[in-house]
Design a protein around this ligand. Structure first.
Ligand code: AMP
Ligand code: GLY
Length: 424
């Protein structure tokens, strides 16, 4: 198979690493990729949202499947673009259509979907420019902290959790009338705050059936002890020790199955990865968010735990035969620790030389934001590298990642020393 993978982060490096191990792979291209993905295929300088350029490349290189890493091309309708094109319609896209991607692309769509299909989630209401006053009254009727969510994609910045009522009202007004988040904030979901522990659950779907992937837990805050600003994710572990027994049964029966059935009932054929951002409150799961893709850094632990040939699964998605495919996982645990640029998630510098990469033997270093400058590799983003290790248990896996991360360096590098602290 000839494969085109879209994206440029550590999630895509993990996908490229896994795809390159497939016995049915002929050629792998990554657009645009990073300095890590080029170890497993050929990077091509195409933006994942430039659909015409993607089309030309797919035809030219006789691509058999397109795997979409990030949400933006999906929410913008890359799958629909393929379906609508005479030649491209024969090429499977791993990633949902624009309508299905609304599960991530519109918080109000996702909340209405969950309401319709009885899927547990926080109580909420939606407000727009014309209903700001009602929004303020709704806030008054709620208990702090107040949770405000811009409806659309806001580069991970669209969720605000605020202690003061006055500030919550001010933010609501800024989002709705001052366009703080641009068109992503034309609607705001205000919802009840749920107090619990989060986990990420993933499935792969072919439109008819689905398969569970290993679950993971990510660590979103920049600071140790889960403090400070939200980031894209500072590390992850899999499996999640508390994702078992009756709680896990509830995840399947109250969240996963009703979601898959709900999509069918709504006439939405979902092909690709679906990510459930869950919170466990007492012993019950609630959906915080859906994502129409794999998570990052969760991919850097979930994909290494997948034993089966990933292209066989993608072929199953493309031909609606996923139910006939075998999916197996490694029993061992995986952990990843993210090395970031000093200053991230605020301002940071790029272009720092990275040292020590070729000294790492028993961990896998997935590149997040890197670029190649001849033989040397430089930082190119806030999140730079994800150091993944296997272990008999999470503790052993983390130990190995921490041993190895010390051998890598770049100017002003930072990582959290307490990934996994709450599940060990
Ligand atoms: P999201 O962008 O939807 O993933 O939200 C970002 C983060 O905000 C989540 O990972 C949670 O930690 C937190 N969050 C979102 N909604 C709620 C809620 N209703 N209750 C508590 N925390 C929430
Ligand atoms: N790690 C959370 C996400 O990928 O959205």
């Amino acid at each position: 198979m000839n494969v085109l993978l879209l994206g440029a982060g550590a999630r895509e490096h993990a996908l490229a690493w896994k795809i390159s191990q497939s016995s049915i792979l002929d050629a792998l291209y990554i657009a645009p990729g990073n300095a890590g993905t080029r170890q497993h295929g050929k990077n091509v300088n195409i933006s994942p949202t430039d659909f015409d350029a993607v089309k030309e490349f797919v035809i030219d290189k006789k691509i058999d499947v397109v795997v979409v890493g990030p949400e933006e091309p999906l929410v913008r309708g890359i799958h629909d673009y393929f379906i609508a094109d005479e030649i491209l319609s024969k090429v499977p896209v791993i990633g949902p259509t624009k309508e299905a991607a609304q599960l991530e692309g519109s918080k109000s769509f996702a909340k209405a979907f969950m309401g319709r299909h009885n899927i547990p989630t926080a109580k909420y209401n939606v407000f727009n420019k014309d209903t700001i006053e009602n929004g303020c009254s709704f806030l008054e009727s709620m208990k702090p902290p107040y949770v405000l969510k811009a409806d659309g994609l806001a580069a991970g910045k669209g969720v605000l959790i605020i202690d003061s009522l006055a500030e919550a009202k001010r933010e609501l007004i800024e989002i709705l009338s001052d366009d703080k988040f641009g068109s992503a904030g034309s609607k705001v979901v205000i919802e009840e705050f749920l107090d619990g522990i989060e986990l990420s659950v993933f499935v792969i779907c072919d439109g008819d059936s689905y398969k569970m992937l290993p679950e993971a837990k990510d660590y979103k805050r920049i600071g140790e002890g889960d403090t400070g600003l939200n980031t894209g994710g500072m590390g992850a572990v899999s499996p999640v020790p508390f994702a078992k027994g009756t709680f896990y049964d509830k995840v399947i029966n109250q969240v996963v199955v009703p979601t898959i059935k709900g999509l069918k009932k709504d006439g939405i054929s979902y092909k690709g990865f679906l990510f459930f951002g869950l919170i466990k409150v007492k012993d019950d799961p609630y959906v915080i968010e859906y994502n129409c893709r794999l998570g990052d850094p969760e991919s850097e632990v979930v994909i290494p735990r997948l034993k089966s040939d990933i292209l066989d699964l993608f072929e199953g998605v493309g031909t609606n035969t996923l139910s006939e495919r075998d999916i197996q996982f490694f029993d061992k645990s995986a952990a990843t620790v993210m090395m970031v640029s000093g200053g991230y998630p605020k301002k940071y510098q790029k272009g720092k030389q990275i040292y020590g990469l070729n000294t790492i033997a028993d961990s896998i270093v997935f590149h997040a934001g890197t670029s190649a400058d001849g033989p040397s590799i430089k930082t190119e983003g806030g999140r730079v590298l994800a150091v993944t290790s296997y272990g008999r248990n999470i503790e052993k896996a983390l130990q190995k990642s921490y041993e190895n991360i010390k051998k890598i360096s770049f100017d002003n590098a930072f990582y959290r020393n307490d990934i996994g602290h709450d599940v060990l």
